[in-house]
Design a protein around this ligand. Structure first.
Ligand code: S3P
Length: 441
């Protein structure tokens, strides 16, 4: 069947070094920020994926030109308020919540009408979380049930806002910061901690943004309408993509893996902190700083005695894209693992909490769910023998890749649908899996 793979457990131990795809969050932010910089930016090692292509097509539609060079992407920034948005322009964010929510912040000062659309999965996701703050800035948006398509009805003079972002969502935070850049005066955001790439990039660009870090929230102040210059940036590897192979190695026998050049920003490495509590054999080597971000190489060794975790809720946001994998490893660990308040997990490309629970039950793991809290009863000797088929997961790339890792480590004969979903974030995923010994038909 087209777009379906057949796959079984990896048998031989491996000792390898890999490079995974470039960071998606940083790739999209680099495109968006370089398009409002003054002058020509060069972005090296940009992620080649559908979400990133959609970002490029979107900025092109609003007057930003770019050239794909051999080793980098050259983007000709138009400055703040320099977009040329023609009446009734349609921006298509495809599958990407990050692109959708960030670009509308960037276009908040548009005088012309434009429309934001996306694919089937994105069209089921909630946009009230960004419509609300944008309305407060003075942006007029029409939608049905706060979902796509969103129709932007042209803004009057924007006014700065004071806003509390309490979901711990970097997409909402970035949308507000981008809109604040278009707005005269100072916007204040009290944001529950989430990935902080936007803030670090703006600081690197010497944009007037102030951040006061508190325990669970950051107070961010953004001065509007300050132009900034173009920049060069080399995007590091994505910890979210690396995580698939971290879990694969931990659950394989006698194997070692070195994953080079990964972004290990504190606001992204919840998974490493969680795995550390679970006893996983992981080391960070060659730690260095780059434009405010932390980068390092990750060395992983197979670990036999993994233990369960009572996952600290404060790690939820920094591990948000990795929970499917964390549940998988909890299933193979000794004891009962508990996770609390994972409401946001159901707000992703698919309802990941619901899908994960279905998946774990399918492979015979006991799970108890109460609202958005779950308990996973680990079984270190779990070995599968049956035939399994994975379909109907809304083509969610992370569900697909987690299922592949489960098949490669737990046993059983698997058929998994929608392999094309990896084009969203990690097109090289199956190629790297093969390099580590996976046989995929
Ligand atoms: C992202 C933020 C996260 C994450 C997504 C990428 C970003 O979403 O799940 O994959 O680049 O800002 P939320 O901010 O909505 O939690």
């Amino acid at each position: 069947m087209k777009n379906q793979i057949e796959i079984q457990k990896i048998i031989k131990p491996f000792k390898k070094q890999i490079i995974v795809s470039s960071d998606k969050s940083l790739s999209i932010r680099c495109i968006l920020l370089s398009s409002i910089a003054i002058g020509r930016s060069k972005i090296f090692n940009l992620l080649k994926s559908d979400d990133v292509n959609n970002a490029l097509m979107a900025v092109k539609k609003i007057g930003v030109s770019y050239k794909k060079k051999k080793n980098y992407l050259e983007i000709n920034g138009v400055g703040i308020n320099g977009f040329k948005i023609k009446k009734n322009t349609v921006l298509n964010a495809g599958n990407s919540g990050t692109l959708a929510r960030c670009i509308i912040g960037l276009c908040s000062a548009s005088k012309s009408n434009f429309k934001l659309i996306g694919d089937k999965s994105l069209s089921k996701r909630d946009f009230s979380r960004v419509i609300k703050p944008l309305n407060l800035f003075g942006v007029n948006i029409k939608s049905r049930n706060d979902m796509l398509p969103l129709e932007f009805k042209g803004s009057n003079l924007l006014r700065p806002i004071n806003y509390t972002e309490n979901k711990g969502s970097a997409q909402i935070k970035t949308c507000i910061i981008f809109s604040a850049i278009n707005t005269p005066g100072v916007t204040k955001i009290n944001a529950k901690k989430s990935r902080n790439h936007t803030e670090l990039l703006l600081k690197y660009l010497k944009y007037p943004i102030k951040i006061k870090k508190n325990k669970t929230y950051d107070l961010i102040e953004v001065k509007g309408l300050r132009q900034f210059k173009s920049f060069d940036y080399t995007v590091p590897g994505d910890i979210s993509s690396a995580s698939f192979f971290i879990i694969l190695t931990l659950l394989s026998k006698n194997s070692t893996l070195l994953i080079k050049n990964i972004n290990i920003n504190q606001s992204r490495i919840g998974i490493l902190k969680i795995l550390n509590i679970m006893n996983a054999n992981i080391k960070i080597l060659n730690k260095r700083k780059y434009r405010g971000e932390d980068i390092g190489d990750i060395k992983i060794k197979s670990t036999k005695n993994l233990k369960s975790i009572n996952c600290p809720e404060k790690l939820n946001s920094s591990a948000i894209d990795e929970f499917l994998l964390i549940f998988l490893i909890a299933s193979k660990s000794k004891g009962i693992s508990t996770f609390k308040n994972l409401y946001e997990l159901n707000k992703k490309e698919s309802p990941r909490l619901d899908i994960a629970i279905k998946f774990l039950k399918m492979v015979g793991i006991k799970v108890i769910r109460k609202n958005c809290d779950i308990k996973i009863f680990g079984n270190p000797s779990l070995k599968l023998k049956n035939k399994y088929q994975m379909k109907n997961f809304m083509k969610d790339h992370r569900v697909f890749m987690m299922t592949v890792i489960a098949a490669l480590t737990l046993g059983g004969k698997w058929k998994i649908n929608d392999k094309d979903s990896i084009k969203t974030s990690f097109p090289k995923f199956l190629k790297i899996s093969k390099k580590l010994g996976a046989k995929i038909n």
